[in-house]
Design a protein around this ligand. Sequence first.
Ligand code: DUC
Ligand code: ZN
Ligand code: ZN
Length: 467
Amino acid sequence: MHDLVIRGGQVATSFGTVRCDIGVAGGRIATLAEHIPGGENVIDAGGLLVVPGGVDSHCHIEEPREDGGVMEESFVSASRAAFAGGTTSVVCFIPQWKGQGVWDRYQDYRARAARGMLDHAFHQIISDPTDAVMEEEVPRLVAEGVRSLKVFLTYEPLHVTDAQYIRVLETARKLGALVTVHCENFDAIRWRTQRLLEAGLIGPRYHAWSRPSVVEREATHRAIALAELVDQPIQVFHVSCAEAAEEIARAQARGLKVWGETCPQYLTLTAEHMGRPDGALFMCSPAPRGADEHARLWEVIRRGTLDVISSDHCAFSIAAKRGDDFSTIPNGIPGLAARMPLVFSEGVSKGRISVEEFVALTSTNAAKLMGLYPKKGAIQPGSDADLVLWDPARQVRITNALMQHAVDNTPFEGMDVKGWPVMTIRRGQVVMRDGQVQAEGGTGEYLPRAAYGMAQPRGITPNGFGA
Ligand code: DUC
Ligand code: ZN
Ligand code: ZN
């Protein structure tokens, strides 16, 4: 009856941990029981945790660029990195460039993603919300299962004005899609960057100076206020500091549908790293803050204000990061493979969170917020058999080679972690065993998303107008 039985593990979900066997049939979990006899294939998970495959809901993979190039990380290399680190599903980004539409980009991106091994869903970036895009193309995309729109409140050439952001919120509300937001103030960063460059402060360390926490807090406040005005659920991406998280906490306390995500880089890296000779390799946006921010972020994670930890994987090689001027060095770091080990080690091994919270933060909550649950992010009958056998005692020093991504660097090089994925199973198939990735290109499945409750508006607007 079962193609695969995983025997004797401590099975951890977001709501509890129990020693039981898992029976898999046709790529899905069929049975959970104290003892499951037989099975065509049997894997001994004695002494190990069994957790749901990671869901990384913020990954930049093989995005075509406006200049005709494409990101260095392909869906095939990203799949290897993801499996090496215990992640089995990703949500990644279809780009839109100003003056262009989105439908053709979607078709191109579907074809790219289909070449990889990871199960994948998409966010649609909106940088130019014209009538044609918002009234004709975006509804077609939502019908195809693209249930989240992403806006950048900063970043040339992608950033949108407040008026454009409101337009995106309004369309998403009508269509039942989530909006995800990069919250930093474009004009404030541009002004400070100009002044820093005029003062001759140009190296990577000044990236952090160009965008201090206040520009993130301001944009977070504004993103939430405008979402409240329109009555549209949003997720604030990559929260780097407690002062921005406090804006989210205040909104949540008032009952707004606002969620917050952070990333391992904001829990492990600091602005000091950008002062090193290889400082460009630590440049991402928002910028990593002071070391004291880590404890504050763990506190808002523990309180539930931030409930998803994704990677914001955005890989550049050392050559691509070369340059003296922080304003021209590309932002982004690779983190797909390191994400779950870092969260486990910094969180569970150091006693900051429970195993159940680890599962929620790295898999279940993202699956719920993205409309993928319980197909993904769960260990229960009917769910896809995406499972990770996790050795909580394994001590590993992170190296670039272990990350298995396409680029020649990781900002986490040399960090020691306790807790490591020893086997990754995607839809019942072993795709990583002891670091060896074994999966055929073209086996990743597209995950279309249907309408779901978390993305629905509350039906409450100021004065009741338009509710
Ligand atoms: N920040 C982003 O917002 N996107 C990609 C890379 C980065 O650092
Ligand atoms: Zn961003
Ligand atoms: Zn990003």
